[in-house]
Structures are given as C-alpha cells and as structure tokens.
Write a protein that binds this ligand. Structure first.
Ligand SMILES: [Zn+2]
Ligand SMILES: [Zn+2]
Length: 276
C-alpha cells in the first residue's frame, strides 16, 4: 500500500496559499488537473465536474492504475508465451522429421529410409519459403513493438528526477537492508529496501533484494513482481535471474534453459554476492 499521510501538495499558482484539494480525472481535460479550492472556483473543470474528486482519491487511483498496468504486462507476456510455444513446437517437429540420428539408420528398413529421403529432399525446396515467412512476420512484429514504443513515447519518460545525493542515500539504505537480510531479518530488511526504492526506483540491487526478502517470506507472486522490475532495468542482472529460476515461472525458466552455462555462472555469482 502506498502511504497516504505524506501526500501534501502545494498549489502551483503563485498567489495561492491553499494545498491541492481537487483532482480532475476527465479523459479530455486540457486544464491543470491538480487544483486548490481557489483554482477550482475559476471553473476550468465545471463542464465535467463529475470527474473531479477530492485529493485523497489519488492514492487509490494510482494503486488501481498500477494493477491495470501489471495486468496489461501479464497479458502481453502470455501472448508472447503462446508465440514461443508454437514456435518451439514447429522447430521440434522439423527436427523430429528431417534430422535423422545416424545410429538409428541400422534399425530402419528400406521403405522408411525411402520416406526419409523423399521428405528430406523436399525440405530443400521448402527451406527458403519457411525462412521467408518467419522473417517477414518477425519483421512485422518488431515493427509493431517499435511503433508502440514511439507512440507511447516511452523513451522520453522520467517522472523521478534523482540527483547524486539520492543515489548515494538509496545505496546506503540498500546496504543496511542487506545486513538485516543476512541476519535473516527479512521483514525489517524490507523496510530499508522499500525506503531505498522510494528514493531511487532504479536501484536494481534494492529491487532484487526486495524480491529475495519476499521469497524468503513465502510471498512468491510478489517476489516475481519485484524481480521483474529489476529485470526491466537490466535483463542481464544475474542475481534476479538466478533467484527467479528457482520458481516454476515459465518465462524465466525458458531464459534459464536457454543458457545453462550462464545459469551455472549465476549460481556461482549469487553464492559470492550473498556471502559479501
Ligand atoms: Zn490554486
Ligand atoms: Zn478537468
């Protein structure tokens, strides 16, 4: 839950001394959405006053919006997951049909070998069109991803302006949290990681250790959310990757199986980092 108590916002108008009292949620509002009582009296939002709510509606709004955002990402992940499943079915099928283990040749009769030759020789003909179909579809999909990235203006976004001091403070808090984590004091460690994340949402170590704490407290679903946040900053961040592999999480399990060597390296690295 996001803390309600700390929310005190001053009106941006110079001569207004009141705090922000109302928020406009109207979809097409072009005015400033945060208003003190004096601002509100000017009537900017009067045509859609049903969508103007008291300021304490902001936290529930953010919480429900965050949930919506998580749901959207889950749905998108599921889409890509089905794509991966049908793709691996295709490649497995190709391997089963067209790639013959030499040693099995002795167990096959001449009809079977004849069938094998028939289909394999035809594969040469199909090969180019198979690659072409897949390449074209992937190109389209990539194009769609890039377009959406542009349209939603995801690259130019940064709500949280952080300075060097805050980066350092977030690191300090993270280190304090890590000490508590190593003392197996997960609940208290969590409060430090939370504080660190509030100051610097990009502190990957705090995000990851928060996931670790939640995992140790058997809150696996929540843990995955925080590992995901760490992964979103740097997908190669090995600690989160490795820890996540301990779950039956299809997305990450696939990542793990894709590169067993990397994972072995990760486990080694985790071992080192935990005993810091
Ligand atoms: Zn005002
Ligand atoms: Zn409005």
């Amino acid at each position: 839950m996001i803390q309600q108590a700390s929310l005190k916002l001053r009106c941006q108008e110079d001569n207004h001394i009141e705090e922000i009292d109302f928020i406009c949620y109207h979809e097409f509002c072009t005015g400033f959405r945060l208003n003190c009582f004096d601002c509100f009296k000017k009537g900017i939002h009067h045509t859609h006053s049903d969508d103007v709510k008291k300021v304490n509606s902001l936290i529930p709004f953010i919480e429900s919006n965050n949930k919506e955002c998580d749901n959207l990402i889950d749905d998108l992940n599921k889409c890509v997951e089905t794509l991966n499943q049908s793709f691996s079915q295709l490649t497995k099928g190709i391997r089963n049909k067209y790639s013959l283990v030499k040693e099995r040749l002795v167990n096959m009769n001449s009809y079977q070998i004849n069938d094998y030759l028939n289909s394999t020789i035809k594969l040469m003909e199909y090969k180019q069109s198979i690659s072409k179909i897949i390449e074209e579809q992937i190109k389209k999909l990539n194009h769609a991803f890039n377009n959406l990235y542009e349209q939603l203006q995801l690259s130019s976004f940064n709500y949280y302006l952080i300075d060097d001091n805050n980066i350092e403070r977030a690191e300090d808090l993270c280190n304090q949290g890590k000490k508590l984590y190593l003392d197996l004091n997960y609940n208290e460690a969590l409060t430090y990681f939370d504080k660190s994340i509030v100051i610097n949402t990009s502190n990957q170590e705090s995000l990851c250790y928060k996931g670790n704490c939640l995992m140790m407290l058997n809150k696996y679903e929540d843990a995955i959310t925080w590992f995901d946040k760490a992964l979103a900053i740097d997908p190669n961040y090995v600690i989160s990757l490795s820890n996540k592999g301990r779950f039956h999480h299809p997305y990450i399990n696939r990542l793990m199986f894709n590169d067993v060597k990397q994972i072995q390296g990760c486990n080694h690295f985790v071992g080192q980092s935990i005993s810091y």
